[in-house]
Design a protein around this ligand. Structure first.
Ligand SMILES: [Zn+2]
Length: 240
């Protein structure tokens, strides 16, 4: 299986790879990739692949995981197995998703701490990001108050770190056991994302190196989605 370079280095914007498989002309599997495949509430990366032999460019319009493999959809046919390609990720789009993703971990942790809610889902977008949670009574003032708490964590500039644990190791560490339990049995190595001294989570997404890069968040909408289902939307702001 192709090596997922984004798991170790979220700031890798350019890399060289070899095409290992082409399906239906436009679906490309590489020997390694830094393109993030749509998963876990984070949208796919876009970008381009340039064939080294003739300089021909192929736009990457979609990236997904199919049968455990990361597949890149390009805009035209022509790539062949064995081709060497120079790949570039659309960095503005990806970096925005990194800011949103790390911010959503901070907000989710604060919602849990403040209200005891159970986080049930999240969807990162280009315009805004939402977090879904289960909570009987939603106190709107308290929920709006989470914004300042997230921004305080952002201002603190906490480092964000990754570690990789086998399922057995994870089950021995009481701090992480809870995270490991929810993962499908097929997941043998668990990637742990730690916002130093604040939050620890199992997550395969792309993250900032430091919470300072979030800037600030702004809560834009709170929605009641029936019985216990609540939804919160936020946007990002740059701070100088
Ligand atoms: Zn995550």
């Amino acid at each position: 299986m192709a090596e997922a370079l984004y798991l170790k280095d979220c700031y890798l914007k350019e890399f060289e790879a070899t095409v290992s498989k082409v399906s239906n002309g436009k679906f490309i599997v590489l020997d390694k990739t830094a393109f993030y495949p749509k998963s876990g509430g984070q949208p796919h990366d876009t970008g381009k692949m340039m064939r080294e032999s003739d300089g021909k460019e192929f736009k990457v319009v979609f990236c997904g995981k199919f049968s455990g493999e990361i597949s890149h959809e390009v805009d035209q046919e022509g790539l062949q197995a064995g081709d060497k390609v120079k790949c570039t990720i659309d960095w503005d789009r990806r970096y925005l998703f990194m800011r949103y993703h790390t911010a959503s971990h901070v907000l989710a942790a604060i919602i849990e701490q403040e209200t005891g809610a159970l986080i049930t889902g999240n969807q990162i977008g280009e315009e805004k990001t939402r977090i879904d949670f289960s909570l009987e009574e939603m106190d709107r003032d308290k929920m709006m108050g989470t914004e300042a708490k997230v921004n305080a964590i952002a201002d603190k500039g906490l480092p964000v770190k990754f570690s990789f644990l086998s399922r057995e190791e994870a089950e021995k560490n009481p701090k992480i056991t809870k995270l490991a339990m929810g993962l499908p049995p097929a997941v043998k190595v668990i990637r742990v994302v730690e916002i130093e001294g604040f939050d620890i989570n199992a997550c395969g997404g792309t993250h900032l190196a430091n919470t300072k890069e979030i800037g600030h968040i702004k809560i834009v909408e709170l929605v009641n989605k029936g019985k216990n289902n609540r939804r919160i939307y936020f946007t990002l702001q740059i701070v100088n």
